[in-house]
Design a protein around this ligand. Sequence first.
Ligand code: ADP
Ligand code: MG
Length: 323
Amino acid sequence: DLVANQIAAGEVVERPAAAVKELMENAIDAGSKKIHIGTRDGGLTLIEVQDDGVGIEPEDVETAFLRHATSKLRELTDLTKMRSLGFRGEALPSIAAVSKVTVRTRTAHSEEGQLLHYEAGQLLERKFIGCSQGTRITVQDLFYNTPARLKFVRSLQTENTHIVDVVSRAAMARPDISFRLQIDDRVAIQTPGDGQLLSAFASIYGLSLAKSTFGLCIESPDYAIAGLLVAPEFARKSRNAMWFSVNGRPIRNIALGNAVLDGYYTLVPKGRFPVVALALSMTPTLVDVNVHPSKTEVRFSEERDICVLLTEAVKQSLKVASG
Ligand code: ADP
Ligand code: MG
């Protein structure tokens, strides 16, 4: 019901960037190769995410807006081998509860697309439309019916920064997907989707920084780590340019950051923080992604092993870089 969904919304969509993240994750889970994201006024007046994924079957669209309706969890044991980004079935009903949502979607084998329009969680319109395969979700007037939530929203500039951050993370975690982010009238991010982490990195940080990166690659029987490290002269004053992903999912993890620094400070004077983008691959059973609803924090069953490997990888690549 609406009240439960509004309460869930407080957790799932704490700010516009969180809605962007959820919609983008759904697009990724749908197997999209191209994802276009557009926002206006910090995401408060408009968030639109268009994808070329599998689309939603006509008989499933309304269900997708019901709480705990997920098509991604067939049985509970699946949680341990979760590959998809979403699995709680909370995002769409939560977002719809606190905004006006229009979904346009068509699957490959449907001749006609569907349009559904919700306001404050109520289905107000449903009709057939012509549209290309995939899904476009338009969110207007986020938090318009929850003024208390609206008060938490910071300046539009702050919200835009969070939106850029969320899309940057996704783009670097999935270099095989082309992301385009338009903020108001400006294209903020456009990645080619050629599968190369370096290309995605270059789209976000610019070519000159991308040219000063060197590769990092290490494997053990259970783990593989691949990525890039920017030359120490471009180190930062804060840790916020250290990017990690696990099995294509962007994550935050203090221990991984510290492991990088352990390796880094064996060759570079302490005090500054490297720009790194690292992709970890491992058997899904070795990582627990179900720690927090936002799913950005993960727990590793053998954190020590990964950290040791990571520290070693950073040392090796720094040695190569310094000749
Ligand atoms: P979850 O992602 O946890 O399953 P959501 O509320 O985010 O829950 O989405 C509910 C369901 O709607 C998904 O399981 C999926 O079946 C469908 N869905 C949502 N967005 C898309 C999309 N862009 N493409 C295809 N299916 C989608
Ligand atoms: Mg989802």
